[in-house]
Ligand binder design. Structure first.
Ligand code: ADP
Ligand code: MG
Length: 684
């Protein structure tokens, strides 16, 4: 009974489901108009019921209020049924309308009216809980204030958020939520980004750091230059993506819808045959009960609860995931996580922190260390790669400033090429540079041997080899436990794919207990390997950074992108985005998916079981003729409530993790390390 509003929507092409309830729910629940009409209809029906019970009025006159009431109450149901028929998606509303029509035509107005009333109440309930679920998600991902404090020529004034434009300066006081995405230009503070990242430990921000709308400024006043407003902000994009995810359907849901379709004519046939048989009975009592039984059968077998089985569980699971900074883009991705048997991880920034220490400068012969570092910094100045960010950080500490020129190109998985004031620079892996200029091979080999076991960033200036910066990164503290957890969950193979050198890859791989290592891969080779795994029948989950590993993330059964900023979330090809850098979200996702799957199965079983019991009650004439249909409606409603309540248990899944992290226990301690980098593009 829950699609009546959406059924009237013009979009015929999209098949109609209860998922659409969530969309219509917000608008619908706001309008109190409907409630008033339902109440008037309900009162009229009640008048007849009371008068019948006490014999107050002449029985014919007493029917009038119920007749009017039942028509008022039946109209929205009939409208919805017509919508279903037009879309060839015959479902609950059609069954209910048929039942009510039968009652009205048999002059059982009070029966028709009371049934329509309870079905409408049930529909309102479903809409409002669905609406509540969506609200819960919106609250989880934070609140953006409506008013911003605009600073112009040193003067501060409050303006509505819609008037704020990119490039303006906005001031945020301690305790306030940020209205926009921006870059800090004045002041320092700590910011709680939990609403966005699920990261309970506040991050410190100072000038040049990126900050995000919907997060909470804690300790200091800051001025920001606005970089994104409204729907363009990270939180805006997240909200939009969750909305789209809710509308998406799993294969299972599509099957349920088809079953429900097939189910409806069968139910109508059973009910009709029962009516026909009973009305021909010799026994007067059986004859009298024919219409009521027909109505009861149709009502108890409405597939409302069946259609709610999956979407309600999905919404609750999305909310549980969002609380921990996990953004699932489609219901199918959540379902895919349940059957994963192979996990592939990128090394840099995924298994390791992605914060490198510059440990060694190895200039080529006749080059000074300072010249090498200056060239590396100028080449990397605009790159977001973790290696680049680490070199830039070292440079800032050594007071080496890049020249600011912007003519550069990022060659994914290889390095960067930049035209700067000190010439054309190529900065990246050894194999790439030796392809560009084979003459430098001997020098490269010599330098490589001096940075054995470290990640090397090699520098070439106008074709001349300058040497390499040797860097080392640290394995995340929880990588090992995450891998153990994945094995407990039955993942058979855990592999590392990296573009880094074999020696580095081995060191990391052995430390965390990985099964297989593919080192010195180019992005296209990673992609090829994933495809090979998929062909061999493996259900592969790939974790990587969204920008560099795009093709691999898309090729895997399920791609999980880590630590992304707003611009990347929407564009990247992963099915799941982690708003923080915490690997432990991967086993959590698998568990959540399995739990959701189990709950959907339970819901389907509950819906079918209840329908069968209801059918038994209706056909054995256990219920009274005049109150039976109303009770059947109540029964149908109760089934829906049970299914919703069962689904909403998922809301609480993972709550303990959020709490533990907030109080700094257990994994929360580990996660501090991850919070240093925070969102990508926001170096410490
Ligand atoms: P991973 O697979 O470990 O995440 P990437 O695919 O991002 O590594 O990069 C592979 C290799 O390419 C790096 O180890 C590095 O040598 C080189 N590289 C890529 N991008 C850059 C860059 N911006 N600066 C320097 N080196 C880079
Ligand atoms: Mg990478």
């Amino acid at each position: 009974m829950s699609q009546m509003q959406t059924a009237q929507a013009a979009d015929v092409s999209q098949s109609q489901t209860n998922t659409e309830v969530f969309e219509a729910a917000a608008a619908e629940a706001k309008s109190e108009r409907y409630v008033l009409i339902y109440l008037i209809g309900g009162m009229l029906v009640l008048t007849t019921l009371i008068s019948n019970t006490f014999g107050l009025l002449d029985s014919l006159v007493a029917q009038i209020p119920a007749l009017i009431g039942s028509v008022i109450l039946a109209v929205p149901l009939f409208g919805a049924a017509l919508g279903e028929i037009r879309k060839q998606q015959i479902s609950s509303n059609t069954l209910a309308s048929l039942a009510i029509l039968a009652a009205i035509m048999s002059q059982m107005y009070a029966v028709a009216g009371s049934l329509a009333f309870i079905l409408l109440v049930a529909d309102q309930f479903v809409r409002r809980t669905a609406w509540g679920a969506q609200r819960a998600i919106e609250q989880l991902i934070g609140l953006t204030p409506d008013i911003a404090r605009l600073v112009e020529e040193g003067v501060e004034r409050e303006v509505p958020l819609e008037q704020i434009k990119v490039g303006q300066i906005v001031r945020v006081r301690p305790g306030e939520n940020l209205p926009v995405d921006g870059v800090v230009i004045e002041g320092r503070s700590t910011i709680n980004q939990a609403s966005l990242t699920g990261e309970a430990v506040p991050v410190e921000v100072a000038v040049n750091d990126h900050v995000y709308a919907g997060t909470t400024n804690l300790t200091g006043g800051i001025d920001l230059r606005v970089t994104e407003v409204g729907a363009e902000t990270t939180i805006g994009k997240v909200t939009k993506l969750i909305g789209e995810a809710e509308k998406s359907k799993t294969p299972r849901q599509l099957i349920i819808e088809q079953v429900a379709q097939f189910f409806v004519p069968v139910v109508v046939a059973v009910a009709a045959v029962t009516w026909w048989a009973m009305s021909r009975s010799e026994d007067q009592a059986t004859k009298d009960a024919a219409v009521s039984t027909f109505v009861q059968i149709l009502v108890v077998t409405c597939p409302t609860a069946l259609l709610l089985a999956s979407p309600t569980a999905m919404v609750a699971a999305f909310a549980a995931a969002a609380r921990l900074g996990i953004l699932i883009k489609k219901a199918t991705y959540l379902e895919a996580a349940a059957t994963i048997d192979t996990v592939v991880m990128d090394k840099t920034g995924t298994m390791t922190t992605g914060v490198f220490e510059v440990s060694k400068l190895v200039p080529a012969e006749g080059v000074s260390g300072a010249d090498l570092l200056r060239a590396a910094v100028n080449g990397e100045q605009h790159s977001n790669h973790p290696l680049a960010q680490s070199i830039l950080k070292t440079a800032r500490a050594a007071k080496i400033d890049p020249d600011g020129s912007r003519d550069y190109e990022e060659v994914h998985g290889r390095g960067v090429r930049a035209r700067t004031s000190i010439g054309e620079l190529c900065v990246g892996r050894a194999t790439w540079l030796s392809e560009l200029n084979p003459d430098i091979k001997p020098q490269l080999a010599d330098v490589e041997s001096k940075i054995e076991g470290m990640t090397g960033v090699h520098v070439m200036q106008d074709g001349r080899y300058l040497g390499a910066v040797g860097l080392a990164d640290t394995v995340r503290k929880n990588t090992k436990t995450v891998i153990e957890r994945l094995r407990e969950l039955g993942v058979r193979k855990i592999a590392m794919f990296t573009g880094d050198r074999v020696s580095v890859a081995k060191r990391v791989g052995v430390a965390v207990g990985i099964d297989a290592i593919e080192a010195e891969c180019l992005p296209e080779e990673k992609h090829e390997q994933i495809r090979r795994l998929t062909k061999s029948g493996a259900k592969t989950l790939m974790v990587g950074d969204g920008i560099n590993d795009g093709p691999s993330l898309a090729a895997a059964e399920l791609g999980v992108a880590m630590g992304l900023s707003g611009s990347d979330i929407a564009a990247n090809s992963a099915g799941v985005a982690l708003m923080n850098d915490d690997l432990s979200r991967v086993p959590f996702l698998i568990e959540l998916s399995r739990k959701a799957r189990a709950i959907v199965t339970q819901n389907i079983a509950i819906a079918i079981f209840m329908a069968l019991i209801g059918l038994g009650l209706a056909t054995t004439r256990t219920l009274d003729n005049s109150f039976g249909p109303f009770l059947a409606g109540l029964y149908q409603f109760a089934t829906g409530v049970i299914v919703i309540a069962n689904s909403f248990r998922l809301f609480r899944f993972g709550e303990n993790i959020a709490v533990a992290e907030e109080s700094g226990e257990g994994e929360g301690m580990v996660r501090r390390e991850g919070s240093i980098r925070g969102l990508r593009g926001q170096p410490a």
